[in-house]
Ligand binder design. Structure first.
Ligand SMILES: [Zn+2]
Length: 275
């Protein structure tokens, strides 16, 4: 068990973003006794090709709760009132994000970067970046208690290069939890087997006909490269953090420190992100 229990808040745009970018880390941190909360700013009601939006919203909520159960995270909150593809960095939603952060009182808040392909990811990134300073302003949202210490803010890995590539300031090896990470992805049937398979290949996959080994093979084949690329790009950080094990790591989840929250050094950030 960890000496000090740390609190991690991962704010994604959709009900699978946190799993995709932080699932393995969440399993390791939760196992070490830390508290991890996932949030989806949107209700997921556009990620399909044939379901009604209401049925999809309800189905995706259940998928988040299944993923919560297999991962050991504390909570998976979904903002049911925010439709997919319509999220805006409005003052109204800024207040919700400030309250969310203050009430959870995290050590670390992670979200998307501003340079993302999806409008909801960009809006989420903007909302969280805006909160990084305003969390400390007591007259804004006075009903939510201002934390004694401002959280550290950061971003989860992406492969976008414009205006600049992601900086791998901290990294967590996830080789030893790929089974659990795949189990989390496997909960999001409407996405990993249906919508995203349909979007990429034109044909959804039926996991009902697959054994767990086949499903894991499918998930690694379709999602594994993301974490292999992250590990390769973050090799220096992995070696600095893990020594010899960092040289051999195949899969990693990586994080960029934001300058807008509590200011810490890269070394402190690496320490903070370790289980
Ligand atoms: Zn998303």
């Amino acid at each position: 068990m960890a000496d000090r229990i740390k609190r991690f808040l991962i704010i994604g745009a959709h009900p699978d973003d946190a799993d995709i970018r932080f699932g393995g880390s969440a399993v390791k941190l939760a196992r070490a006794g830390h508290i991890v909360k996932f949030v989806s700013m949107c209700n997921g009601d556009c990620g399909h090709f044939s379901m009604t939006r209401e049925a999809l919203r309800d189905r995706r909520y259940l998928e988040t709760q299944a993923s919560k159960a297999v991962s050991g995270i504390e909570e998976y909150q979904v903002f049911a009132e925010h439709h997919d593809c319509e999220l805006e960095a409005s003052v109204e939603i800024r207040k919700k994000v400030i309250s969310l952060i203050r009430n959870f009182n995290p050590d670390v808040v992670l979200s998307h970067r501003l340079c993302d392909y999806h409008a909801d990811h960009r809006a989420t990134a903007q909302l969280v970046q805006d909160a990084a300073y305003l969390t400390q302003v007591p007259l804004f949202c006075p009903d939510a208690p201002v934390p004694a210490v401002n959280p550290v803010f950061g971003c989860v890995f992406d492969a976008f290069t414009d205006p600049r590539p992601f900086r791998h300031d901290a990294a967590i090896i996830v080789d030893d939890v790929m089974d659990e990470k795949c189990q989390m992805l496997d909960c999001h049937v409407s996405q990993v087997y249906e919508w995203l398979a349909y979007e990429h290949t034109g044909t959804p996959v039926d996991p009902g006909k697959m054994s767990w080994e086949e499903k894991k093979e499918y998930l690694i084949a379709n999602w594994g490269a993301r974490y292999v690329n992250a590990a390769n790009a973050a090799r220096e950080t992995l070696v600095a953090t893990y020594g010899e094990a960092g040289k051999k790591a195949v899969y990693a989840e990586t994080f960029e420190l934001s300058p807008y929250g509590r200011k810490i050094s890269i070394e402190e950030f690496r320490q903070l992100m370790q289980p």
